[in-house]
Design a binder for this molecule. Structure first.
Ligand code: HEM
Length: 151
């Protein structure tokens, strides 16, 4: 019952009113500021930017907010996609984003977390923080470009 609803864009509730798609996009964008915003705070700590110092303490203070933000992204994203799954699955920027997102999430909860909590050398901290920022900026831009890529 539900899958037919989801896979048939004409009957999808998202396509039958004017407010639900923009509302989901607002939640999607709002939640990425929470998730990626908190990851960036830790990365700036790794780069030695700002006065808030110890990346491990920053990680402990922000990890729940990051998780909440990511959870909202992983709910609102597929819902937005359900408005026209065929179109998005043929969109190269969307597909690139999904690959970048998977790499960024795995990296965040493995190498990044291990280095932040282990208190590595400034050189390693800078490398790990820079790669993290590059991965998440890639996810955001490939999300932004979905609307500009012709399918
Ligand atoms: C942390 C993870 C994510 C980030 C940072 C992110 C970021 C973005 C950004 C910046 C946009 C552009 C918003 C706009 O132009 O108005 C976007 C749109 C979108 N995202 Fe995500 N996203 C994430 C996860 C997901 C997931 C998991 C999915 C689906 C499985 C998804 C599906 C979409 C779709 C379908 C759009 C709409 C594109 C459009 O029609 O304009 N996103 N995302």
């Amino acid at each position: 019952m539900f899958l037919e609803l989801v896979y048939d864009p004409t009957t999808n509730p998202l396509n039958n009113n004017e407010w639900s798609f923009p509302l989901l996009e607002i939640l999607h964008i709002g939640a990425f500021t929470l998730s990626i915003g908190t990851i960036a705070i830790v990365d700036f700590g790794l780069l030695g930017w700002g006065k808030r110092g110890d990346p491990a303490r920053l990680l402990k203070e922000t990890s729940l907010l990051t998780l909440i933000g990511l959870a909202i992204m992983l709910i609102t994203g597929p819902l937005i996609m359900s408005s026209d799954p065929d179109m998005y699955l043929r969109n190269s920027s969307f597909k690139f984003k999904m690959v970048a997102l998977l790499i960024a999430i795995v990296y965040n909860y493995t190498i990044h977390r291990k280095v932040v909590l282990s208190g590595a050398s400034p050189g390693i901290n800078k490398a790990v923080g820079t790669l993290s920022l590059l991965l998440w900026v890639t996810v955001v831009f490939s999300g932004l470009f979905i609307a500009f890529v012709a399918v």
